[in-house]
Design a protein around this ligand. Structure first.
Ligand SMILES: [Zn+2]
Length: 179
C-alpha cells in the first residue's frame, strides 16, 4: 500500500504537467484575432493606443502620433469625457488658423477651455492638434459635453446644414497646450 501511495505522489507532477499542456492547447495562438480582441483594453482610446504602440499595427504612422499614443498608455489616459463635434472647410471658413498656420488635415478649433496647441483625441476623428478658435465653438454643458471641437475637413459636404455635427463624442486631452 505504501509503495502505491509513493507512486501516486511521484506521479502528481506528471499530472500537473499534462494539465498545463491541455490548458495551453485550448488557448488560441497569439495570432488568433479572437484572442487578440479579448486581450485589448475596453476604453476606445486605450484600445487604439495599445494597437498602435504594443501591437505596432501602424508602423508608418507619424512620430507625433505614436508619441501621443505612448503617452496615453504611460499616463493611463482614457476617453471618459464627451464633446460636441462639428466640421468646417474652405467653403465655409477661411484658410488661416487663429495661430497663423494654414488649414490642413488633422487640425481643429476648440472651445476656450482647451488650450491652444493641445493634442486631443476625438473618437470620430482620431488625434488632432488645436490650432484655431471660433466664437461658436463652445461647450454644451447641459448635454454633458465638456468641450466642443470644430474639425477641419476638405469639404463639409453641405456646410450650412451641419451634416458633420455629432453629439457626445468621447474625447481626451493628451498633451495640454500652453495657455
Ligand atoms: Zn464647410
Amino acid at each position: 500500500m505504501r509503495t502505491l501511495l509513493m507512486m501516486a505522489l511521484a506521479a502528481t507532477p506528471l499530472v500537473a504537467v499534462a494539465d498545463e499542456q491541455i490548458a495551453m492547447n485550448v488557448t488560441p495562438p497569439p495570432g488568433d484575432p479572437l484572442a487578440r480582441a479579448a486581450a485589448l483594453p475596453t476604453d476606445p482610446l486605450q484600445r487604439i493606443a495599445y494597437r498602435a504602440v504594443v501591437l505596432k499595427e501602424w508602423p508608418d504612422a507619424p512620430k507625433w502620433k505614436l508619441d501621443a499614443y505612448q503617452r496615453v498608455l504611460d499616463e493611463g489616459i482614457t476617453s471618459k469625457n464627451v464633446a460636441r463635434r462639428t466640421t468646417y472647410c474652405p467653403h465655409c471658413s477661411g484658410l488661416r488658423c487663429a495661430d497663423g498656420s494654414h488649414v490642413r488635415s488633422g487640425i481643429c478649433a476648440a472651445s476656450k477651455n482647451i488650450p491652444m496647441h493641445s493634442i486631443i483625441w476625438l473618437a470620430s476623428d482620431g488625434l488632432l492638434k488645436v490650432t484655431d478658435r471660433g466664437g461658436a465653438v463652445r461647450p454644451h454643458p447641459k448635454q454633458g459635453e465638456a468641450a466642443h471641437f470644430d474639425v477641419w475637413k476638405r469639404s463639409c459636404h453641405g456646410c450650412s446644414t451641419g451634416p458633420g455635427t455629432l453629439k457626445r463624442v468621447p474625447f481626451a486631452v493628451i498633451f495640454l497646450g500652453r495657455k
